[in-house]
Design a protein around this ligand. Structure first.
Ligand code: PLP
Length: 399
């Protein structure tokens, strides 16, 4: 029996690619510091569970395909506080940001269309592009200058009449970049000029450090028809398992199409939407505490990485990731070696190899994405393992 061509194009996620090696190591009793997966370890606020416990319906039914009203209204209020007003029919609730990206892409792209991206980018964008047969026109960015965009003229070279959208995450997974106002202005100018959508994935909006600010594309009022915002509670409220996200846009035609997609899968999870609505009642101090914690980890990580011989890394600005260039020929082989052949007192560390975050074959082979969703002490131990591992690997394996 044959499978579709579409599904044969779909590759294993780079963040989970090394799981067989980690499972084998764990079977042998090795403790692994998982720096490969972007799952926050901060507790999900109790409000979420309490709201679900209060549910007293006799039947757990489908909700409205668009999502439950109380959650949509909470999201409206949340955006109102940012100075951006959306009407109820400009928001639909999805199964996480993941379904929001999938529905958005399904609504925009035909097979063979093109998408403008800056590589490296969130690896699952590759999966969606592969399944839908969308070609990535990838503008290269570099570890050496913190993965910021090149100038507007350079980006424009990658746009053709078939390029229908620019998609990016801000703050960025996997690089930790927070887009500057100039970068957003450049994208705004190009999307207007070339009639492109902007798919602005803002799921890490709250996690920015220092005096930076993540500027939402929703603030670009003259681009209302172009802008589509992808949002989610997974990272914002440490609630990845709830699977609640949303699509937001003022483009009525697009939102009508998305609504029809929502109808085809009936409804998002009813109880989790109730829990999610409660989360939007958290005071802003919640984010202050979470931000402080991530910022502390970010500083530890950056400090430790810059001390390592040959590692190239710029200070991460947002989200909870850093993409570091390592002094090895092949970071995936090194990551496998760490899981198979190296440990310190029965402990080792796991990273996501960088290659899966690129569109262009051969790029990112000496890079790893490190997620700092571990507490400070564990992070320090993990960095020590990386440092010692690098020394041994370069001396004994990759001489
Ligand atoms: C940039 C980005 N967008 C979207 C998602 C999807 O998250 P979820 O489906 O849990 O909302 C993730 C998850 O890691 C992400 O990093």
């Amino acid at each position: 029996m044959e499978l579709s061509n579409r599904i044969q194009r779909l590759k294993t996620s780079p963040t989970r690619k090394l799981n067989p090696y980690s499972e084998e190591a764990e079977r042998k009793g090795i403790k692994i510091y998982h720096l490969n997966i972007g799952q926050p370890d901060i507790e999900t606020p109790k409000l979420f569970f309490e709201a679900i416990e209060k549910f007293n319906g006799k039947t757990l039914g489908y909700a409205h395909s668009r999502g439950i009203k109380p959650l949509i209204q909470k999201i409206q209020e949340y955006y109102d506080k940012m100075g951006i007003h959306y009407e109820e029919d400009e928001i639909v609730i999805t199964y996480g940001g993941s379904e929001a990206v999938l529905f958005t892409m399904l609504a925009i792209f035909d097979e063979g269309d093109e998408i403008l991206v800056a590589e490296p980018y969130y690896a699952n964008y590759n999966s969606f592009c592969d399944v839908l047969n969308v070609k990535r026109n990838a503008v290269r960015t570099y570890a050496e200058n913190g993965f910021h965009l090149p100038n507007r003229d350079e980006i424009e070279k990658y746009i053709t009449p078939k390029t229908k959208a620019y998609m990016f995450s801000n703050p960025s997974n996997p690089t930790g970049v927070v887009s500057t106002k100039q970068e957003l202005d450049d994208i705004a100018y190009l999307s207007k000029k070339h009639n492109m959508y902007i798919i602005s994935d803002e799921v890490y909006r709250e996690f920015v450090y220092g005096d930076r600010k993540a500027i939402s594309f929703g603030t670009y009022k003259d681009l209302a028809e172009n802008v589509i915002i992808i949002d989610s509670i997974s990272k914002r409220f440490s609630a990845c398992g709830a699977r609640i996200g949303c699509i937001i846009s003022k483009n009525k035609n697009f939102m009508n199409a998305v609504f029809r997609e929502c109808q085809m899968r009936l409804s998002a999870p009813t109880l989790e939407m109730i829990g999610a609505a409660a989360l939007y009642d958290l005071p802003s101090e919640y984010f202050e505490i979470a931000r402080k914690e991530y910022d502390n980890r970010r500083k530890i990580l950056f400090e430790e990485l810059t001390k390592m011989d040959g590692v190239i890394v710029k200070e991460p600005e947002g989200a909870f990731y850093v993409l570091a260039k390592l002094p090895v020929k092949n970071a995936e082989n090194f990551a496998i070696w760490l899981l198979k052949d190296f440990n310190i007192n029965g402990e080792t560390v796991m990273f996501a190899p960088g290659e899966g975050f690129y569109a262009t074959a051969g790029l990112g082979v000496d890079e790893v994405r490190i997620c700092y969703s571990l507490d400070s002490e564990d992070l320090k131990s993990a960095m020590n393992i990386l440092k010692e591992g690098l020394i041994k690997y370069r001396k004994e394996v990759e001489r």
